[in-house]
Design a protein around this ligand. Structure first.
Ligand code: BES
Ligand code: MN
Ligand code: ZN
Length: 501
């Protein structure tokens, strides 16, 4: 797929299709007006006859509009002009892309990037148009023996910007959009892979491939022996019931020429979470292949970072393991000594994510991090609290939390903060060990983060619970690629801050 920006008038475009907006009720956008004028009222006549009201997401495809050089004109309903917000903008674009892809236009010049979106500039509109296009065209058909390819697939999109002065901003937006979209695609691809193929070893191999793409990347893989040598007994216990042993991939990206403290990203990478001896119920258990989406999103973000060539030092850890029931599996009642030396009583082997992450979070202390962000499909409770729309954010450092919320807002990749007050810590008390891995029914997302917070005291840290946002269930089942947009935006903002200082 190819993208470019242009600043031209609609009547001069010679394309397979030109895309213009119509507001509700039956009001032409400025560009639609121009087309209407040269076609001597052809479009306004159609609207008057009631063919298109302008409701958000409505479409009408016209062929051979009089005096228009392009073969087709796609009218897209944009709702009430004053109400056009980010979410609607993205919806309108998705609808446009799927219509174009279904109706045989292999290229199009799109004027929707000129619509007025509340509080957003040209950069934002073009970047999000690119991201939405690629998100919309994504399919995971690698393992289908017959692929249903569109006969005439969409190949090229040109987004129009208002003036020539906006061209360089538009080009930057395309570049960023492409890098983020590539990261999202990488994240989706590994996430959607089935658990018999995507094992901890497979995830580690994917990480290694990154080093082949860039001389700034080096990768180290820690297997069971190395994990044992570091005393990561809690992490090891989780993987013990599986023949697909644990692997921790440590990806180092050196983009800053000095030896500034790295930003550390840690992803939960349970390639399958059966629950272990505390076995999960059968319903939708296949979806627990997505329990590695945290690691996948960290991996995808590193792809975006490499593409954008960001001048930062970053360490990314993919903490991969498989949680299975077996004669050798860990059990409820076991007491584990974590790498930090703190002991944990296992009350439920299905609360395994925190047991893997706690050792990974202790391990990363050695990098003297500037800050640490972990990403995990950690708790079903997060889906109950926030649904599938927002990622849960918990942090021990307010400025970091605000920075992440800003990035989330800019990228349209929603997050919502939950409290991490000490009041909740008591729920982890254990009569036999320093604490347990289970906080009871109340506030499950917070008590899971409380557990992690006992291993992150040495640095500024934020935790992203993506249990609700990482994948979709039902007929559109599939990974979303979240929170790659948020994380990448966070890193882009960090670069901008550095340059301001
Ligand atoms: N990977 C799951 C969390 C999960 C469940 C994410 C469903 C998305 C959808 C995690 O390992 C888990 O099983 N958590 C338990 C924790 C509980 C035993 C304290 C949960 O949420 O039920
Ligand atoms: Mn679990
Ligand atoms: Zn899990």
């Amino acid at each position: 797929m190819e993208f470019s920006v242009k600043s031209g008038s609609p009547e001069k475009q010679r394309s397979a299709c030109i895309v213009v907006g119509v507001y509700e009720p039956r009001r032409l956008s400025a560009v639609a007006e121009q087309l209407d004028k040269i076609s001597e009222g052809y479009i306004s006549n159609l609207l008057r006859r009631g063919d298109l009201e302008g409701k958000s997401g409505q479409t009408l495809l016209l062929h051979h509009v009089p005096n228009v050089l392009s073969e087709r004109v796609l009218l897209v309903g944009c709702g009430k002009e004053r109400e056009l917000d980010e979410r609607q903008y993205r919806q309108i674009l998705s609808k446009t892309i799927s219509t174009l892809n279904d109706t045989g236009s292999m290229e199009a010049v799109c004027f929707l990037s000129e619509l007025h979106v509340k509080g957003r500039d040209t950069y934002w509109k073009v970047r999000h148009a690119v991201e939405t296009t690629l998100d919309c065209l994504y399919v995971f058909d690698r393992l289908k023996s017959k692929k249903d390819e569109a006969r005439r697939p969409l190949r090229k999109m040109v987004f129009n910007v208002p003036t020539r002065r906006d061209l360089s901003i538009g080009e930057k937006a395309v570049e960023h959009g492409l890098a983020i979209a590539a990261g999202i695609k990488q994240c989706k691809d590994v996430s959607n892979m089935p658990p018999n193929i995507c094992t901890p070893q497979y995830l580690a191999e994917q990480a290694q491939l990154l080093a082949e793409h860039s001389s700034k990347v080096s990768v180290e893989i820690l297997g069971p022996e190395e994990l044992a040598a570091h005393g990561m007994n809690s992490y090891l216990a989780v993987g013990r019931g599986s023949i697909n042993g644990p692997r921790m991939a440590v990806i180092k990206y050196s983009g800053a020429d000095n030896d500034s403290a790295p930003i550390v990203l840690v992803g939960k990478g349970l390639t399958f979470d059966s629950g272990g001896i505390s076995l999960k119920p059968g319903e939708a258990m296949d979806e627990m292949k997505y329990d590695m989406c945290g690691a996948a999103s960290v991996f995808g973000t590193m792809h975006a970072v490499v593409n954008l060539n960001l001048p930062l030092n970053i360490v990314a850890v993919l903490a991969a393991a498989e949680n299975m029931p077996d004669a050798n599996a860990y059990r409820p009642g076991d007491i584990l000594t974590t790498m930090s030396g703190q002991t944990v009583e296992v009350l439920n082997t299905d609360a395994e994510g925190r047991l893997v992450l706690c050792d990974a979070l202790t391990y990363v202390e050695r990098f003297d991090p500037e800050l640490v962000i972990d990403v995990a499909t950690l708790t079903g409770a997060c889906v109950v609290a926030l649904g599938k729309h927002a990622t849960g954010l918990l942090s021990n450092h307010n400025p970091l939390a605000h920075e992440i919320l800003n990035a989330s807002e800019q990228s349209g990749d929603r997050a919502w903060r939950l409290p991490l007050w000490d009041d909740y810590q008591d729920q982890l008390e254990s009569p036999f060990a320093d604490f347990s891995n289970l906080g009871g029914r109340a506030a499950g997302t917070i008590t899971a983060a409380c557990f992690l917070s006992r291993f992150t005291r040495k640095y500024n840290w934020a935790h992203l619970d993506i249990a609700g946002t990482a994948w979709r269930s039902g007929k559109d089942k599939g990974a979303t690629g979240r929170p790659v947009p948020m994380l990448t935006q966070f890193l882009i903002n960090r670069v901008a801050q550095q340059q301001d200082n």
